[in-house]
Design a binder for this molecule. Structure first.
Ligand code: CTP
Ligand code: CA
Length: 220
C-alpha cells in the first residue's frame, strides 16, 4: 500500500543494477572477495521498483532474499557479473553499479583443493574488466550511476573516479560510514560539483537517490 504513495518517478524505465561482492576462486574451496553486505544495492533495487521501474539486479553472493518484483540474476565472479550486465545493458535506460567488484581474479586458479605440505602457494592475479566504465562507454549507453567507497581522500578520489569512468552521477562514501551498518552518509558528485547528504538509513537514502537520479535523467 505504501508504494501507492511513492511518486512514480521511474515509471516505464528499465533499471539494470549490480550489488553485493564478487567471489574469485583460488581453488575448489577458497577465494578472494570484497566486504559488501549488498544492503545498499538491495535497498536501491526496492526504491527503483517502488518508483515504477522494471528492475534487473545482477547480484553477487549476499545471502539476502530477492526483493519482490525484481528480476535477480545470481553471479559469482566479476567476469560473470560483467557478462550478465552486458547481455542486458542494451535494453536498459539506467545502469547503477553498486557492487563491490573484485578488481583482480586469480590467474593460476587450482581445480582441486590446495593441500598443505608442498611449497606455500603463490597466487597470481590478473585484472577484471571494469563493468561500469564499459557500460558507460557503450554507443547507446544507459544513464549511468556509480558508487565509490573510499577509506580516505573521499572527494579527491571520487571526483577522479567519476571522470575516469565518465559517469554523470557518482555516489561516494567513506567505508567507515557504511560498512556493516544500516545507515550511510554520502557525497553526490556530478558535472556541477559535489553535494553532501546527511547520514540516513540505507532505505531512506535509496529513496533519496532515486529522486536525485530521476531529476538528472534525460527525457524518455
Ligand atoms: N566497478 C565495476 N567494475 C569493476 C570495478 C568497479 O563496475 N571491475 C564499479 C563499482 O560497482 C562502483 C564503481 O565502479 O560503482 C567504483 O568502484 P571502485 O572499486 O570504487 O572503483 P575502482 O575503479 O575499482 O577503483 P579503486 O578500487 O582503485 O578505488
Ligand atoms: Ca575497485
Amino acid at each position: 500500500l505504501e508504494a501507492l504513495f511513492v511518486p512514480q518517478r521511474l515509471a516505464g524505465r528499465k533499471v539494470l543494477m549490480t550489488a553485493g561482492p564478487t567471489f574469485e576462486p583460488i581453488d575448489a574451496v577458497r577465494g578472494i572477495t570484497n566486504i559488501s553486505s549488498g544492503k545498499m544495492g538491495y535497498a536501491l533495487a526496492r526504491a527503483c521498483r517502488d518508483a515504477g521501474a522494471e528492475v534487473t539486479l545482477v547480484s553477487g553472493p549476499t545471502g539476502l532474499p530477492c526483493p519482490e518484483d525484481v528480476q535477480r540474476l545470481d553471479v559469482g565472479t566479476a567476469q560473470e557479473m560483467y557478462d550478465a550486465v552486458l547481455r542486458h545493458a542494451g535494453s536498459a535506460d539506467i545502469f547503477i553499479g553498486v557492487a563491490a567488484v573484485a578488481d583482480y581474479r586469480v590467474r593460476n586458479r587450482a581445480e582441486h583443493k590446495l593441500k598443505k605440505g608442498d611449497s606455500v602457494p603463490v597466487i597470481e592475479l590478473e585484472e577484471n574488466p571494469d563493468i561500469l566504465a564499459t557500460v558507460a562507454s557503450l554507443p547507446a549507453a544507459p544513464f549511468c550511476v556509480g558508487f565509490a567507497a573510499e577509506s580516505r581522500n573521499l572527494l579527491e578520489y571520487a571526483d577522479a573516479k567519476r571522470r575516469r569512468k565518465k559517469v554523470p552521477l557518482l555516489v561516494a562514501n567513506l567505508v567507515q560510514k557504511a560498512m556493516g551498518r544500516d545507515t550511510n552518509e554520502v557525497l553526490l558528485l556530478d558535472d556541477a560539483g559535489s553535494h553532501a547528504l546527511p547520514e540516513m538509513d540505507k532505505q531512506a537514502l535509496a529513496a533519496r537517490l532515486v529522486e536525485e537520479l530521476a531529476a538528472r535523467l534525460p527525457p524518455a
